[in-house]
Design a protein around this ligand. Structure first.
Ligand code: C2E
Ligand code: MG
Ligand code: MG
Ligand code: MG
Length: 277
């Protein structure tokens, strides 16, 4: 360590790491406190069906506000919770809130067919994860077709037996799976063919890139064409303008999610949004 410290560049890296470690500790404390006090919130971002002309689903997104640190991004605290294992409890709390929301707000009577829930690979690696999901859903009389599980490519790349068993069990139960952030990782075609995905969510960066470069525009168009031929539902993330919406619809993407429509909002605001449409 002493040797490394002699090098200016590394000293800088160490200083940075120290800052990062301190920040992570603070975030970790905030997450723990929010769990203890039941202060984690779940917001909902609507997903628009172009064919139906209504919001037909929504993505549940966790929100954390700390009295000292303010709003903390899930991009910052989810990786920490994954490392220290808190994601297990957090994931259950989130799913519980989502199911209670579906039940209490009688979502079945609205245009919203299902809620998409993000599930971490760490959760999928838990034995009996699928049983816990079913228990929580049954507690609130939520039907299997009212929940969709979003996972990223990296979640299952290991192909661990437990991960596969959980996925297969939930698919058999009637839950559909969405592949999240498609295009940001390996965009492995083999993977799409062998995993039971119903929905492919195009990563916001490949959407934005398509409006910046001709090459990216071409690859996006053909990706959408291919996914349509495979009869997969395609959701575009990060739709921020009417121009993006129009072009995406033109090239065959029929579900839109993004700030052009709405940011993620509280459950009360989400219901108002659904009632207003
Ligand atoms: P994700 O699952 O890909 O979620 C989409 C992210 O894009 C959300 O960020 C959403 O607010 C943001 N977004 C949606 N539309 C737009 C847009 O038009 N413009 C821009 N700039 N951003 C947009 P958020 O809520 O900060 O979540 C970040 C990531 O944290 C999520 O990415 C997901 O990987 C993770 N995450 C969030 N909630 C949960 C959760 O409940 N459980 C787990 N395991 N992970 C979660
Ligand atoms: Mg997601
Ligand atoms: Mg995503
Ligand atoms: Mg993401």
């Amino acid at each position: 360590m002493a040797k490394r410290l002699q090098k200016g560049r590394i000293t800088y890296a160490k200083d940075y790491d120290l800052g990062k470690i301190k920040q992570d500790k603070a975030f970790e404390k905030a997450v723990k406190q929010a769990l203890d006090r039941d202060e984690l919130m779940v917001y909902y971002q609507p997903i628009f069906s172009v064919e139906k002309g209504v919001y037909n689903s929504a993505e549940a997104l966790v929100r954390l506000h700390d009295e000292e640190l303010g709003w903390i991004s899930p991009e910052d605290f989810i990786p920490i919770a994954e490392r220290n294992g808190m994601i297990i409890e957090m994931g259950e709390v989130i799913l519980d809130k989502v199911c209670r929301f579906i039940h209490d707000f009688k979502l079945a009577q609205t245009t919203v067919e299902y809620i998409e829930v993000n599930i971490s690979p760490v959760q999928l690696m838990q034995q009996h994860f699928s049983d816990r999901v079913k228990q929580i859903m049954e507690k609130y009389d939520v039907r299997p077709n009212q929940i969709n599980i979003e996972i990223t490519e990296t979640a299952t790349i290991s192909m661990a037996d437990t991960v596969n068993a959980n996925i297969m069990d939930l698919v058999q139960y009637g839950i559909k799976f969405s592949l999240d952030d498609y295009g940001s990782g390996y965009a492995n075609i083999d993977y799409i063919n062998h995993m039971p995905f119903s929905i492919i969510k195009l990563d916001k960066y490949i959407i934005w890139d398509a409006f910046k470069s001709t090459k990216a525009g071409i690859t996006l168009k053909h990706t959408i064409g291919m996914l349509n031929e495979l009869e997969l539902h395609i959701v575009a993330e990060g739709v921020e303008t009417a121009e993006m919406r129009d072009h995406l619809a033109d090239i065959g993407c029929h579900f839109m999610q993004g700030w052009y429509y709405s940011k993620a909002v509280s459950d009360q605001d989400f219901i108002r949004l659904i009632e207003m449409q």
